[in-house]
Design a protein around this ligand. Structure first.
Ligand code: PLP
Length: 387
């Protein structure tokens, strides 16, 4: 599916790799005109915001990977999340979302949609009793979940969350960016829509910004309308890069998670490390859930270094191979510290309440040789303890 899904060369288009179609507009012949007039503009090649062959290829490929009837690509993960949510809510709707949620999604729900009369409530999604109670109490239109949370990497039981949502007639939307379609297909677990930041693992090379929404044809109809009218469509060049990235997604995920497990086990044995978070470790709170809802544990590892945030900073600045940068899911190992990036607006006490201890470090493990990474982390851990 990653390699042959979505595009087969044929007599009309013999290129083995789909060329980038950067044309914004297309010859309006009688067939196209007829389709447009009969209300099927989305099937006619008229204008790239509405339809483009480069986008079609990657959309079909992603739909297959997700087991979806339809997938759409967007200019960014946030454009995708926005369209997915807006396709469901109206004034007065409630969105139930995880307390430990991606920062910009939190900002969108808590501070932007709230101004339009859409209220967000936040719960610990690992606590199914709390989720059920909150669904009962607030009757949400949307239950928004993340397969694996950032940065403590808790794994949510998407099947159970989807069942609770269905019982309450709420649309269950899952952000599966950290899991990828290789490790989880939320639609098969009962979710109504799955969203991704394709910027991360799906693109996989830290060289494109993009997003994905996938679901049934019926659920996707209003998502498509939102994309057309809000205009968050993907650029054909980004679509080409994303399509290229998808071809190696299973290989990359395999390498990411193999490295991640090796490194998590190594860090767990290091006395300069207070705690390691990786769903593949028995010590992680979500290990058993992870085993039941994920086909692999992903490439993200977090840990807490002895000596607090100053030690974490010395660790990050002492790295020779891994790079201190935000974002994740690329072939290169990236390191970020919540205290100076995603959670910088909080005080140390607020971060601790949110489960982020002083000295917290998040690793997006790349596909380098694990021994090179371990050597790099070992020397940077030594530097972290120099006061
Ligand atoms: C990065 C990210 C997003 C936002 O995606 P962009 O492509 O940056 O707009 C949303 N959710 C998660 C889990 C992410 O990691």
């Amino acid at each position: 599916m990653c390699i042959h899904g979505g595009h087969r060369p044929n007599a009309l288009n013999p290129a083995v790799v789909m060329p980038i179609v950067s044309s914004t507009t297309f010859l309006l012949d009688d067939v196209a005109y007829e389709r447009m007039l009969s209300g099927h503009a989305d099937e006619a090649l008229i204008y790239t915001r509405i339809k483009n062959p480069s986008l079609d290829v990657v959309q079909v490929r992603i739909a297959r990977l997700e087991g979806a009837e339809r997938a759409l690509v967007f200019a960014s993960g946030m454009a995708a999340i926005h369209a997915a949510v807006m396709s469901v809510v109206k004034q007065g709707s409630v969105i139930l979302a995880p307390r430990e949620i991606y920062g910009s999604t939190w900002d969108l729900f808590a501070n932007v949609l709230s101004r339009l009369g859409v209220e967000a409530r936040f719960v610990d999604m690992s606590d199914l009793v709390a989720v059920e109670d909150e669904i009962e109490r607030s009757k949400p239109a949307v239950v928004f979940a993340e397969s694996i949370s950032n940065p403590t990497l808790s794994v949510v039981d998407i099947g159970k969350i989807a069942a609770l949502s269905r019982r309450a007639s709420a649309a269950c939307i899952v952000d599966a960016t950290f899991a990828t379609p290789i490790n989880q297909q939320p639609l098969a677990l009962g979710a109504d829509l799955v969203v991704h930041s394709a910027t991360k693992y799906m693109g996989g090379h830290s060289d494109l910004i993009g997003g994905v929404v996938a679901g049934s044809a019926e659920r996707m109809k209003p998502v498509y309308r939102w994309m057309q009218l809000a205009g968050g469509c993907m650029d054909p060049h980004a679509a080409f890069l994303l399509d290229r990235g998808l071809k190696t997604l299973p290989l990359r995920m395999h390498a990411h998670q193999e490295n991640a497990l090796t490194i998590a086990r190594h860090l767990e044995r290091d006395r300069r490390v207070r705690q390691v978070y990786f769903p593949g470790l028995e010590s992680h709170r979500s290990h058993s859930t992870a085993k039941s809802v994920l086909a692999g544990f992903g490439g993200m590892v977090s840990f807490v270094v002895e000596g607090g945030d100053a030690a974490a900073l010395r660790f990050a600045r002492g790295l020779k191979l891994a790079l201190e940068a935000s974002s994740l899911g690329g072939v290169e190992t990236l390191v970020s510290l919540p205290f100076n990036t995603s959670h910088a607006r909080m005080t140390t006490e607020q971060r601790e309440q949110a489960g982020i201890q002083a000295g917290f470090v998040r690793l997006s493990i790349g596909i380098e040789d694990a021994r090179d990474l371990i050597d790099d982390f070992d020397q940077a851990l030594a530097l972290s303890q120099n006061t």
